[in-house]
Structures are given as structure tokens and as C-alpha cells.
Design a protein. Structure first.
Length: 410
């Protein structure tokens, strides 16, 4: 398998960031001040600034410029405060859901921060994601509204909406907290080989538990990894930075020796998601330095991923996903004019939530629309003419079609 040096050897600051995030890293030679500035920029874009500061605090012999140290410390403390408020809000919501006999599963950030990370402040959190059963969606909405959360998008809870979505539009609170209520982690019509809807599989494996004293259902370690991998690949096409890879690495370290890898892979096969999961595990090893694949080999789970597909994926990670926005379930050999227009528009006209997350502004604020021109300008600065060339698929067929088709093969 390829090494991290094979892909990022020409990108020294990003490679240094990856190395600094590894527990066994030691400084062989001082990092130049100019590199530190770029390391910080990458860490911010990759959503691992708090984790970087946490890891640096554990190391000795690494000298940071004073302004860089103060900047990292400031971000870490701000993230700590934000995580504290988000955790408080999560506990309030879970407590009310439990009092109303609504089973709920906390997803991603808040649960992982408190359960698998050594320090909850090391994990950057943006919003709260909570999963309830489809039949409890209306009751969950009533509870959130009673707590002061509002939805600013029109929606109608019916079977058509259920078939085309896996969560409601975002809820926002005047405090700034954002909540997503899920009933699935993928669209419900993605069925397994046995015909089970994926949400049924999720609830079957969930176990009663708690988070900071609030009763909730929790995913097994296998499904924590599975969900992180789906989030990276099927939802965001590697455009969320490297935070999710470190989620998986921390889950692995926390539950090492307990994870049932055969169950995880068989579940992925049943959901027709085996390749995205295996690819994510391989990338986790390459990026974080973990040894998940060695453990899989010991268990007799062997697989091969073409080196070029690993390289393609790693390049997408550092550039923020594919320059075009493509649906893994909708890849076609001849996309046609309509698909070209659709994917170009999807890439440029991203959701208010995504703009809000990128520029730290509330998604329900009218100011959000002033940031779309800035987003277009930032795209131009980052990609230049490559943006338009890739968005129009002029290089898509030749360079990337095989990768996406391989991803969705069953």
C-alpha cells in the first residue's frame, strides 16, 4: 500500500500537520515559522485545529512561535466553550426525548467527543445530530420547538419526504446551536441484500446507554466506524477535511480488541457499502498511522484497493473533495448536458447551512446571501480555471469515472 509520503511529499506543511497529529511523532528538526502558518491554515480547513493543540500539549521538545501557540490556544479554548454549550443543549434534548418515551441515538460529534477522545475539547463540533425513529419524528419536532428551536425551510413529513431525505432541515436556536434530527444515516430506500431498510439495521444494533448522564441509545463501535465512513464518502465525498479519519482512529484505539471486524464488514456488505468502508479504513491507516489493516489481516480479512484510487482519494481529501459535486449513487458513463448543469449548479449553489458553517454565520440570517459572492471568489482563487474545467466534466471521464464506478460496484 502507498505511504503518506507518496502523495504529500510536495506538500510539506500538510505532511507536517499529519505527522504532528500522530502520537508517536517527535521533532527531528525545528519547523520553520513560515511552515507553522501554513500548518495552522490546513488544520483549520481540515477541522482539526483543537486536536492539533491537544496533541502538541502531549509532546515535548516541539517549539512553536509564540503567536502560533497563542492562536492555537485561543481556538482550543473557544472550541472547549462551544463544546460545553453544545453538550448542555444535547443533554436537555435527550432528557426531554427520554421523558416522552422517544428513543434517540446521538450521532457523531458530541458522543465521540465524550466517549472516544481523551479530551472532549480536542474534537471540533459544529452542530448536534440526533437520530429518532421515523414514527417519532413529529413528536421530536414538537419537543425541539418547545425548547425554542425553529426550522426556516418548508417541509412536509410524509412518505415522499422520507424516501428522498434522511434528516429534517436544520433546527436553529437563538443561542446559535444547530440541530439535525435524523431517522436514518442514508436515504431509507437504500436497502440491504436481505431487504432490510438500513434504519432497521441501525436500531437493531443500538444498545441502551447514556452520555454525560442523559439516557440514550448508542451505536456499537462497529457502527460508529461505519457511520463515520459513510459520512466521509457517501455524504461528503472527502470534502470535510480529515477530522472523520481521526474519529475512526480514536474509535479504534478506544475499543481495540473489542471491535468485531467480521461483523462490521458483513454489515457493510449487507448494506452494499463494502468498498466505501474498506477504502475509508485504508485511508485512515495512511493518514493517521493506525494499524487497522494489520488487524484485519490477522482476522483473515484481506482486500486490495488500486493504488491510483487511494491517491485520487488522498488528493480529494487535501483539496476539499472533488472539484465537481457528484452523487455516488448516480454515476453514469455519459452524464449528458442536464447532469453537467445539475452538478455545476450543485457545486456553486451550496446550501445555506454549508455557507454558514464555512464562514461562521447563522444559516437563518439574511446576511448569509452576502457570502455567496465571497464563496465564488474563494473558489476562483483556489481552483482558477481548473474549477470550470472540472465542473464541466472535461476531465471527468478520463481521470475519475472509473474510481466512482468502482466505489458503487456491489
Amino acid at each position: 500500500m502507498i505511504s503518506i509520503m507518496d502523495v504529500y511529499k510536495s506538500n510539506k506543511p500538510f505532511l507536517e500537520l499529519i505527522q504532528l497529529l500522530r502520537p508517536d511523532y517527535y521533532e527531528k528538526e525545528p519547523i520553520p515559522d513560515a511552515d507553522w502558518t501554513l500548518i495552522i491554515e490546513y488544520a483549520k480547513e481540515m477541522q482539526v485545529l483543537p486536536l492539533l493543540f491537544f496533541m502538541l500539549k502531549q509532546k515535548t521538545g516541539i517549539t512553536l512561535p509564540a503567536d502560533i501557540y497563542n492562536q492555537l490556544k485561543s481556538v482550543y479554548l473557544a472550541n472547549s466553550n462551544r463544546n460545553l454549550f453544545l453538550t448542555y443543549d444535547l443533554i436537555r434534548i435527550l432528557t426531554l426525548l427520554d421523558k416522552n418515551a422517544i428513543p434517540a441515538i446521538p450521532l457523531k460529534g458530541a458522543y465521540l467527543a465524550h466517549v472516544v477522545y481523551e479530551g472532549p475539547s480536542a474534537r471540533q463540533m459544529t452542530d448536534l445530530d440526533i437520530m429518532v425513529r421515523w414514527e417519532d419524528i413529529t413528536k421530536a419536532v414538537v419537543i425541539l420547538e418547545a425548547l425554542g428551536y425553529v426550522i426556516n425551510e418548508k417541509y412536509k413529513i410524509n412518505e415522499e419526504y422520507r424516501r428522498s431525505n434522511h434528516h429534517l432541515p436544520i433546527f436553529t436556536h437563538q443561542s446559535g446551536t444547530i440541530v439535525e434530527i435524523h431517522w436514518n444515516i442514508l436515504k431509507p430506500l437504500n436497502k440491504s441484500e436481505s431487504g432490510k431498510v438500513i434504519e432497521e439495521i441501525l436500531w437493531f444494533q443500538a444498545k441502551p446507554g447514556d452520555i454525560i448522564g442523559a439516557k440514550a441509545y448508542v451505536m456499537t463501535p462497529e457502527f460508529l466506524i461505519l457511520h463515520s465512513a459513510i459520512h466521509l464518502t457517501m455524504h461528503h465525498l472527502f470534502n470535510l477535511g480529515i477530522r472523520d479519519f481521526y474519529d475512526i482512529e480514536h474509535i479504534y484505539r478506544k475499543f481495540r480488541g473489542v471491535i468485531d471486524w467480521e461483523f462490521l464488514i458483513s454489515s457493510a456488505k449487507e448494506m452494499k457499502l463494502e468498498k466505501p468502508i474498506l477504502l475509508t479504513l485504508a485511508l485512515t491507516d495512511i493518514i493517521t498511522g493506525s494499524d487497522i489493516l494489520d488487524e484485519l489481516n490477522i482476522k483473515g480479512i484481506n482486500f486490495q484497493i488500486p493504488d491510483q484510487y487511494l491517491i485520487d482519494s488522498l488528493e480529494m481529501v487535501v483539496q476539499g473533495g472533488p472539484i465537481y459535486n457528484v452523487s455516488l449513487r448516480g454515476v453514469k458513463k455519459n452524464p449528458g448536458l442536464l447532469a453537467i448543469v445539475n452538478t455545476t449548479v450543485n457545486r456553486i449553489l451550496i446550501s445555506r447551512k454549508m455557507v454558514g458553517m464555512k464562514y461562521r454565520i447563522r444559516a437563518d440570517s439574511l446576511m448569509i446571501y452576502l457570502y455567496y459572492p465571497k464563496y465564488l471568489y474563494d473558489l476562483y482563487l483556489r481552483y482558477g480555471l481548473d474549477l470550470f474545467r472540472e465542473a464541466l466534466y472535461l476531465d471527468y471521464e478520463k481521470e475519475h469515472q472509473g474510481f466512482w464506478e468502482w466505489m458503487i460496484e456491489t
